[in-house]
Design a protein around this ligand. Structure first.
Ligand code: GLU
Length: 313
């Protein structure tokens, strides 16, 4: 790979403001891109107007800016990309990799996720009735390499796992849009939370069906709250306080195993990024989920009154 070919991204769904877990992901993808002399993009994955808000979009973009995470291109919004997703679905139909599915969630749940007999082949008869559009996976033992976690292998079952491309309500689904945009934006390296690890094999099949090369993957451990749950809006993760950007960044660096020095939290986000880029070590990222409590304990003592900057840059 030549240095110029690296393109990374951060792609939040705007279901709420950024929290520490999302900052860790954003920071890791940013630092990986910068240390490969690559470009870094922000994409708002606003596919579901029922769960997302423009207020959350504003908060996310404000937080990224406040934390010194500046993108190299204008922010992309998936809500403006429906034409591209429709084209991709047509192409998947043309290649017999998409089908209409009328199975209800209740039916699938009661049947261990198995579709009604011949669900795939009845596809055409459903055109006038509410239906989802699914991707037809191939059965496979998928083997690939994660740039942090090493060799991965996952069994993919067709029908059982077939991901939704277009939901019954008519919204384009994450699995389709993420792949279409990563291809269109020329993303070469995806860095994201390990909660998405199990999606990777399916997404690689969608890449191949769209005749594109999958990117390199790096899944970083999620951050857990004191109850051992992943930090998320559903679990009431506190929003980042943008006024505390320095502290948030050094906590995120600690989560990424980068051991920021004492006093760094009091520097500007730009200074902290300069430190982080020049000290970034991918091999220090922990492989296991990190707890917020554990991070607090490991943080360098920020209360000391050492002269800012004497020991950090
Ligand atoms: N939009 C997804 C999320 O917020 C992330 C997509 C990805 O990084 O692949 O969870």
């Amino acid at each position: 790979m030549t240095a110029q070919t690296y393109c990374g991204r951060f792609a939040p769904s705007p279901t709420g403001p950024l929290h520490l877990g999302s900052l860790v992901t954003a920071l890791a993808s940013y630092l990986e891109a910068r240390t490969h002399q690559g470009s870094w993009l922000i994409r708002i994955e606003d596919l579901d107007p029922l769960r997302e808000s423009s207020e959350a979009v504003d908060l996310i973009l404000h937080s990224l800016h406040a934390h010194g995470l500046e993108a190299d291109q204008p922010v992309r919004f998936q809500s403006q990309r429906h034409g591209a997703y429709a084209e991709a679905v047509q192409s998947l139909f043309a290649h017999h990799r998409a089908y209409r599915c009328g199975c209800s969630r209740t039916y699938l749940k009661a049947n261990d996720g198995r579709h009604s007999e011949a669900c795939r082949t009845r596809s055409a008869n459903l055109e006038d009735r509410p239906h989802a559009i699914r991707f037809a996976l191939s059965d496979e033992l998928s083997q690939w390499r994660d740039n942090l976690l090493g060799p991965q292998s996952q069994t993919v079952w067709s029908e059982l796992d077939d991901p939704v491309l277009v939901r019954k309500e008519g919204f384009y689904a994450y699995q389709l849009a993420v792949v279409v945009d990563d291809i269109d934006q020329g993303i070469t390296h995806v860095v994201r939370g390990s909660d998405l690890l199990e999606m990777t094999a399916q997404q690689q099949q969608i890449y191949q069906a769209l005749e594109a090369e999958p990117p390199a993957w790096l899944h970083i451990p999620v951050i857990l709250n004191s109850d051992g749950q992943k930090l998320s809006k559903q679990n009431h993760a506190p929003a980042l306080d943008d006024a505390e950007a320095g502290k948030n960044l050094t906590t995120a660096l600690t989560a990424l195993g980068q051991a920021p020095p004492k006093g760094l939290a009091r520097r500007s986000p730009a200074d902290i990024m300069t430190w982080a880029v020049s000290h970034w070590r991918r091999d220090r990222i922990p492989r296991e989920p990190q707890s917020v409590q554990g991070l607090r304990e490991r943080e360098p003592d920020q209360s000391q009154t050492d002269r800012p900057g004497t020991d950090v840059l």
